[in-house]
Design a protein around this ligand. Sequence first.
Ligand code: 3DU
Length: 211
Amino acid sequence: MTELILSLDVLDRKRACAIAESCAPFIDAIKVGYPLVLSTGLTIVEDLAGLALPLIADFKVADIPNTNRLICEAVFSAGFDAVIAHGFVGADAARTCVEVAHNHSGAAYIVAEMSHPGATEFFHDGVAERLARLAVACRADGIIAPATRPERIGRLRKIVGNKAIYSPGVGAQGGDLDTVARLVDGVIVGRSIYEAEGPAAEAERFSRIRR
Ligand code: 3DU
């Protein structure tokens, strides 16, 4: 079974909540990032809490260890269940995110490779592999890997073993749902669901990967 994670990059609180509520039966978690939190504030977490779905803070945390700690403390105090952090800042900084997450019984995922075309500029030539190894060394719960490059997911899987791989880039960015679903633990989908005429119907269609 592969999880379906809704990326709720919607700027309006009411619309975000309505979409989340209608999609809830078909998804396993909701990913919230800067677009929504900067629009509504952290109180959006309280609005979504009633759905009883894990909430993932996609803040791609990338600072010095102390600042990472302060950010992650705020994330988990707000009610999030997981955080996404960058690994290129080094093991000490990434490990801080993992430790704060685990202290709150939460999870932390490290970005190994991003999905957009420009990601190849810096994430290739062995960098993603190093970031995946760093995620393992830091005891992260998993990595983020690109649905737009399934062959890369295969290589990163060899490094992280049975740690979770969550993968954005399906649909709007060109990744193929069924190809990627076979390789990862969770597929992250945003625009293909929330911009659809019927987000719930689209989420239900995507939810075939959960069977
Ligand atoms: O392309 P979509 O609309 O399905 O949204 C994908 C989401 O995942 C979006 O929030 C984006 O910021 C995030 N993401 C990536 O797309 C690629 C990454 O490597 C990491 C996060």
